[in-house]
Ligand binder design. Structure first.
Ligand SMILES: Cc1cc2nc3c(=O)[nH]c(=O)nc-3n(C[C@H](O)[C@H](O)[C@H](O)COP(=O)(O)OP(=O)(O)OC[C@H]3O[C@@H](n4cnc5c(N)ncnc54)[C@H](O)[C@@H]3O)c2cc1C
Length: 387
C-alpha cells in the first residue's frame, strides 16, 4: 500500500473541494427524518450532486457516476465531510442496494433503477427486519407468492429507515412457502405507495420518524422486481450486508471530521474539564485516524481484485464503538450544557453533539448487532466452535 497521493489524486481532491465550496448549502438542511419538507430538501441536494456527477463517483458513467476507484471514493468522502455537506438521504439505495444491483441485476434492471437512484429521483428503504427476525434474519416470514408474471407480497416489516418518506423498498421474502431458514428466500423491490402497502412511522429516541413498520397486504409487483434468481435472496442479502458493514455505509471521513471537532471542543474548554478527558479525546482522534488507514488498506486490496470477508465485522464493531466513545467524550466536556436540544435557542452547535450521541447508540444494533458480529469473528476468523 502506497500512502502518498498521486498527482491525479491530488487534482481530483481539489476538484471535489472547489465544487463542494461552490455548491454546499450555506445553511444546514432540516432533518430528513422529521418532515416531508426536510426530506425533499435532501432529495433536491441529491439532484444537485447528480447534476455535478457526484451522486456516486464509483459507478459507471452510464449510470450517472464517474467510474472512479475506491481510493478516489475515499478522497471524495473526505472532501464531502470536510465541506459539511448534508447527510445522504438515499444511503440505503446508493451504498447498499446500488452495489448489489450492479453485481446481481440484469442489464434491464440496472437501466431501470440505477440512474434514478443516483439522481435521488427514487429514494430507497431497506425492508428486511421483521418483529421476530432481526439478528435471526433467516426467520423471515413475509411471503411473495408467484402469480403468473407477478408476485403477491404479504407480511410485516419493521425498523425500516427512511421508509416514512421514501419511494421504494427492497425486501426479503419467502418465495417458497414450505422452505425453512436461509432457503427459499428472494430479494424483491416494491413501491412504498403501491396498493396494499401501509407505512406506519415509529418515533425514534429524539422523536423523529426515522423508522417505520411496513404492512403488506396482497401487494402485487411484477417478477421483474426480483433481484437475482428465485431462492437466491439469502446470498444476495449477505453481499449487501458486507457492503453495509465493511466499507460503504460508514466511510472513515465521517469519524475523522467528528474527531477533529472533538479536539476543537476540548481546546475551547480545556481548563474546565478533568485532565483524564484529554486522554479520551486523544484516543478518539487516534482511533478515527487508525480506522481511516485500515480502510485505505482494505480499499487497496479490493482495488487489486481482493474480496471483503469477515473483516467487515471487525470494521463494524470498531466504528460503532469508536462513535459512542467520541460522542461520550464530547458530552463529558460540555457537562450540563450537553443536555441542550438542537431546538433550544441557546444550543448553537452544542445540540449536534447530543444528536450525534443518540444516533451513535444505535450503531452497535443496526447493520447486524455487534454481538452477532462477534459470533462471526469467533467462528469465521478465529475458527472457534459455535456456542
Ligand atoms: C438505527 C437503526 C436502523 C435500522 N434500519 C433498518 C432498516 O433500514 N431496515 C431493516 O430491515 N432493519 C433495520 N434495523 C433493524 C436492525 O437490523 C435490527 O434491529 C438488528 O438486526 C437487531 O435485531 P432486533 O432488533 O430484532 O434484536 P434481536 O435480534 O431481538 O436482538 C436483541 C439482542 O440480543 C442479541 N442477540 C440476538 N441473537 C444473538 C446471538 N445469536 N448471539 C448473541 N447475541 C444475540 C442482539 O445482539 C441484541 O443485543 C435498524 C435498526 C436500528 C437500530
Amino acid at each position: 500500500m502506497d500512502l502518498t497521493y498521486s498527482t491525479e489524486q491530488r487534482r481530483f481532491r481539489q476538484e471535489v473541494r472547489s465544487w463542494m465550496e461552490a455548491h454546499v448549502p450555506a445553511e444546514p438542511l432540516s432533518s430528513f427524518d422529521a418532515t416531508r419538507e426536510g426530506f425533499e430538501a435532501h432529495r433536491a441536494w441529491e439532484r444537485t450532486l447528480s447534476e455535478g456527477r457526484w451522486g456516486m463517483v464509483t459507478w459507471p458513467e452510464s449510470y450517472g457516476g464517474r467510474g472512479l476507484d475506491l481510493i478516489q471514493w475515499l478522497i471524495f468522502e473526505e472532501e464531502y465531510y470536510r465541506s459539511g455537506a448534508p447527510l445522504r438521504v438515499n444511503q440505503n439505495g446508493i451504498f447498499l442496494l446500488g452495489p448489489t444491483l450492479m453485481e446481481y441485476g440484469t442489464p434491464e434492471q440496472k437501466a431501470r433503477f440505477l440512474t434514478a437512484m443516483a439522481s435521488g429521483d427514487e429514494v430507497w428503504a431497506q425492508a428486511w427486519s421483521e418483529p421476530q427476525a432481526g439478528s435471526d434474519l433467516a426467520a423471515v416470514k413475509s411471503t411473495a407468492v408467484a402469480d403468473g408474471e407477478e408476485y403477491v407480497l404479504k407480511g410485516h416489516k419493521i425498523w425500516s429507515s427512511r421508509a416514512v418518506f421514501a419511494d421504494w423498498a427492497f425486501g426479503l421474502f419467502r418465495t417458497d412457502p414450505s422452505s425453512q431458514r436461509h432457503k427459499g428466500l428472494s430479494l424483491i423491490f416494491f413501491p412504498l405507495n403501491a396498493p396494499g402497502v401501509r407505512v406506519q412511522a415509529i418515533p425514534q429516541i429524539d422523536g423523529e420518524k426515522g423508522f417505520a413498520e411496513i404492512f403488506l397486504d396482497d401487494v402485487r409487483v411484477p417478477a421483474f422486481h426480483r433481484l437475482g434468481g428465485e431462492g437466491e435472496g439469502w446470498s444476495i442479502c449477505m453481499a449487501t450486508a458486507g457492503f453495509e458493514r465493511g466499507l460503504m455505509l460508514r466511510s472513515p471521513a465521517r469519524f475523522q471530521v467528528a474527531a477533529r471537532k472533538l479536539v476543537e471542543l476540548y481546546k475551547a474548554h480545556e481548563h474546565e474539564v478533568e485532565a483524564s478527558v484529554r486522554d479520551v479525546v486523544m484516543q478518539s482522534w487516534m482511533d478515527a485516524e487508525a480506522y481511516a488507514l485500515s480502510i485505505y488498506s482494505t480499499a487497496s486490496r479490493l482495488t487489486a481484485g481482493g474480496q471483503i470477508g469477515a473483516e467487515a465485522s471487525t470494521n463494524k464493531i470498531f466504528w460503532s464503538e469508536m462513535d459512542i466513545a467520541l460522542h461520550k467524550a464530547a458530552l463529558s466536556i460540555l457537562g450540563a450544557r450537553a443536555e441542550l436540544l438542537r431546538s433550544a435557542p441557546a444550543a448553537g452547535d452544542i445540540g449536534k453533539w447530543l444528536d450525534g450521541y443518540f444516533f451513535s447508540l444505535a450503531g452497535p444494533i443496526y447493520a447486524g448487532s455487534n454481538e452477532i458480529q462477534r459470533n462471526i469473528i469467533a467462528e469465521r476468523m478465529l475458527g472457534l466452535p459455535r456456542s
